[in-house]
Design a protein around this ligand. Structure first.
Ligand SMILES: *Cc1c(COP(=O)(O)O)cnc(C)c1O
Length: 466
């Protein structure tokens, strides 16, 4: 064994303790440090040292990381990182993630231990969390983009079933032209269609309701009637990223009485509305979907990367993703995970989710969701009362979409973001043609005290801007 490696092995517990101390110090500093670090000093980033010929061991590598790279990472685990839709990691989720690496499972088959069973148990809990019926099975994937891609791959096979061909066997071209209808789809839907050989051009935009990002069900009805006799795919959106608008899922599902379509619902973070009794109506009808995308590294607050893909047609899923090999198990009634996603090797990603659900339960996670919603609402109220700012949409759930009242150009918004940068991180967008900012609340640490700090930082930055 290499000398340095052997030395590390001999003092492994000590090295893990040192790593634990570094992690604890990072987390303890989250509140005080800038949310996003400033640009590195000139030249600091450019100098990549040559690949070490001889290693320095874990302790010295930890020191090098702590010195050179840790300060360049954002405080995205902290309470005032409101960019994109980004969760943190609950204590239990972090513990689960550490143990995932310690056990280092490839839980894709039933040949080597209970990893798959742990994932199935976690999926069952998630199904209950979102009020889904047992008709849905689920699989862990790396994120909502892969969850959407997997759901739409199953949709593609369903179109084949309807048309008497199998895209999995014969290629997507066997389907002829495909139509994927949606009101305000996430950008990852177009990416998924590109990956699946259906093409970005397959996406048919459907008008949304006036002043909304939710699809107009009557317009969807008409769009479906445009190609009678051809099965289609509808992507429903449960929580859009700009204004967290929800399609009327029950109204969309009801259209299946008149039209033949696969219903895929992108509920990446919107599914968590189901945890709050006051907001659960937004997800009513979710269970009727044929496939559902839910992200877990957002509002479940497990570390990157983690999402779940639910479907009512696991048989079609296995037709797409089956990986026949002499040494792998047969498909059977309950196919091994190797047959269900684009991946073959499969990290025991479910463990972090299992830990946080076991540790905090429905109650604990409901509290996180409701606190985040209350924080978003408070920031919305603060900005409404601040003459420098204008809200562009009501705060429907956990995102505040706002802009400068005076001359809201992209350049001025960038200057505002930079000035407020040490205290809060928000991301730019364009909403209804207006350059805007989004503040998305999905971290388990965020409190009303953070909201006051954020409102103050934004106010001060806007005032300086004039
Ligand atoms: C975040 C998000 C995605 C993409 O998720 P990743 O985890 O980044 O792949 C897709 N759809 C919606 C609605 C999202 O919010």
């Amino acid at each position: 064994m290499d000398r340095t490696l052997a030395a590390d092995l001999a003092r492994l517990p000590e090295l893990l303790d040192a790593t634990r101390d570094a992690a604890a110090a990072t987390l303890a500093a989250l509140d005080a440090r800038p949310v996003v670090p400033g640009a590195p000093p000139e030249g600091a980033a450019a100098a990549t040292p040559p690949l070490p010929e001889r290693g320095i061991g874990t302790e010295a590598a930890l020191a090098a990381f702590t010195d050179r790279w840790a300060p360049r990472l954002s405080a995205s685990a902290g309470p005032r990182y409101l960019g994109f839709v980004t969760g943190g990691a609950t204590p239990a989720a972090l513990a689960g993630d550490w143990l995932t690496a310690a056990h280092d499972q490839n839980s894709n088959s039933s040949l080597d231990g209970g990893g798959q069973d742990l994932e199935r148990e976690t999926v069952t809990w998630l199904r209950e969390l979102f009020h889904l019926s047992a008709a849905h099975t689920g699989t862990f994937v790396s994120g909502a983009t892969l969850s959407n891609t997997t759901g739409l791959a199953i949709a593609r096979e369903w179109l084949g079933e309807r048309l008497g061909v199998s895209p999995a066997e014969d290629g997507a071209a066997a389907l002829g032209p495909v139509r994927v209808l949606s009101g305000a789809p996430h950008s990852s839907i177009a990416k998924a269609l590109s990956v699946l050989g259906l093409g970005r051009a397959a996406l048919v935009p459907v008008p949304t309701l006036p002043g909304r990002e939710a699809v107009d069900p009557a317009a969807l009805d008409r769009a479906l009637a445009d190609a009678p006799g051809r099965p289609a795919v509808v992507v429903a959106n449960a929580g859009t990223v700009n204004t967290v608008d929800f399609d009327d899922l029950r109204a969309i599902a009801a259209l299946r009485e008149r039209h033949d379509f696969w219903l895929h619902t992108d509920a990446a973070f919107g599914a968590f509305a189901a945890l709050s009794p006051a907001h659960a109506h937004l997800t009513a009808g979710l269970d009727a979907s044929d496939s559902i995308c839910v992200d877990l590294h957002k509002w479940l607050n497990v570390p990157y990367d983690s999402a779940v893909q639910f479907t009512r047609r696991r048989d079609l899923q296995a037709r797409v993703f089956q990986n026949a090999a002499a040494y792998l198990g047969p498909l059977g009634e309950n196919p091994d995970l190797v047959h269900l996603t684009p991946e073959n090797s499969h990290r025991l990603r479910a463990l972090a989710a299992w830990f946080t659900l076991r540790a905090y339960g429905r109650e604990g996670h409901r509290e996180i969701v409701e606190r985040d919603i209350a924080c978003a609402r408070s920031l919305g109220e603060s900005l409404t009362g601040d003459p420098y700012f204008t809200l562009l949409a009501p705060v429907r759930l956990n995102v505040v979409c706002f802009t400068l009242s005076q001359t809201p150009t992209a350049a001025r918004l960038t200057a505002l973001r930079e000035a407020a940068g040490p205290e809060v991180f928000v991301t730019p967008t364009t909403y209804a043609g207006t350059p805007a900012l989004r503040a998305a609340f999905s971290n388990w640490r965020t409190t009303q005290a953070d909201v006051r700090r954020i409102a103050q930082a934004l106010h001060t930055a806007a005032k300086e801007l004039g």
